[in-house]
Design a protein around this ligand. Structure first.
Ligand code: RIB
Length: 305
């Protein structure tokens, strides 16, 4: 059984490169349009697989051709796709993404089959979760089943890694079973009420997550400023790589996939963060979600100069 289980969303991304995102009442012609594989769960699972992890995914696609095609492509990365269900009568989740010239994006999502990822789907993969070292989850599938999966993991000694994206308020029942959390600034603010403007703010937010929910490891991603890494209250900033960003879509997903891959290889926390940062830095120099994820060799080349 795979050492890493990723539970989460699978989307087909409709991506338009635009000079700027259209304003209210405005119609814009895009400079480029592509349909690529996405979804935070699938992006993280593909990142981990491409970067060298032994990964199984739990997720749902629709009973449509694009869903079947994406699952076949996931399997080509070496991912175990047995935990991905095709939901009858549903369409595969969809994201409409505007990528502006700055590389920033705006995303609207239709959950489709992702909304069907319920406790029953999780239960069918109980053995996989229990046998894993890490369970990695995000917030694009129903929160109740994340709570349930985290309970299964906790009882089995599987560490729970939560990337709390996209930002939403979360029940304590989930946060209490999380071992490692990886919010960005917006998500950290939503969870703690602390606006993250400075490194001191990041430190305060991390300490709150440690103290309030007993989360051992907090990694707050700070964009160009790097990552605030805090282990049981001992914090430090780890600077990232300077690159020319074309499209930031899935940068966080690639970071998470890379970070957990290196953790599973027994790397130190700082090394694991640096590996995730190198992979994410390369991903922003390319267009799209899964289409932008680098190979392990590419990430290592950037890391080791
Ligand atoms: O994190 C990026 C992802 O968010 C995209 O691939 C899109 O599908 C949305 O889920």
């Amino acid at each position: 059984m795979a050492k890493l289980t990723v539970l989460g969303s699978i989307n087909v991304d409709h991506l338009m490169q635009v000079t700027y995102a259209p304003k209210a009442g405005e119609t814009l012609t895009a400079n480029n349009y592509q349909v690529v594989a996405g979804g935070k769960g699938a992006n993280q699972a593909v990142a981990a697989a491409k970067l060298g992890a032994d990964v199984a995914m739990i997720g749902c696609v629709g009973s449509d051709a694009i869903g079947a095609q994406m699952v076949a492509e996931f399997a080509e990365t070496g991912m175990d796709t047995a935990g991905i269900s095709a939901v009858a009568g549903e369409s595969t989740g969809l994201a409409m993404i505007y990528v502006e010239q700055s590389g920033e994006n705006r995303i609207g999502i239709w959950p489709g089959a992702n909304a069907a990822l319920n406790n029953e789907v999780v239960d069918a993969q109980r053995g996989q979760i229990e046998a894993s070292e890490l369970l990695l989850m995000q917030l694009e599938t129903p929160v109740e089943s994340l709570v349930y999966a985290a309970e299964i993991a906790k009882a089995a000694g599987t560490k729970v890694v939560l990337n709390p994206a996209p930002a939403k308020a979360l029940p304590e029942a989930l946060l209490r079973n999380v071992d490692i959390i990886t919010p960005n600034e917006t998500e950290a603010q939503l969870l703690t009420g602390i606006a993250i403007d400075t490194l001191e703010d990041a430190e305060r937010a991390a300490n709150q997550l440690h103290q309030q929910f007993g989360i051992e490891l907090v990694l707050i991603t700070l964009g160009k400023r790097g990552v605030w890494l805090s282990q049981s209250g001992q914090g430090q900033r780890i600077e990232g790589f300077v690159v020319n960003a074309i499209d930031t879509t899935a940068a966080g997903d690639t970071f998470n996939g890379g970070f957990v891959t290196a953790m599973l290889e027994g790397k130190s926390l700082v090394e694991a963060v640096r590996f995730g940062q190198a992979a994410a830095a390369l991903s922003v120099t390319r267009l799209g979600a899964q289409s932008s994820i680098p190979t392990r060799a590419e990430a290592q080349a950037l890391l080791h100069g």
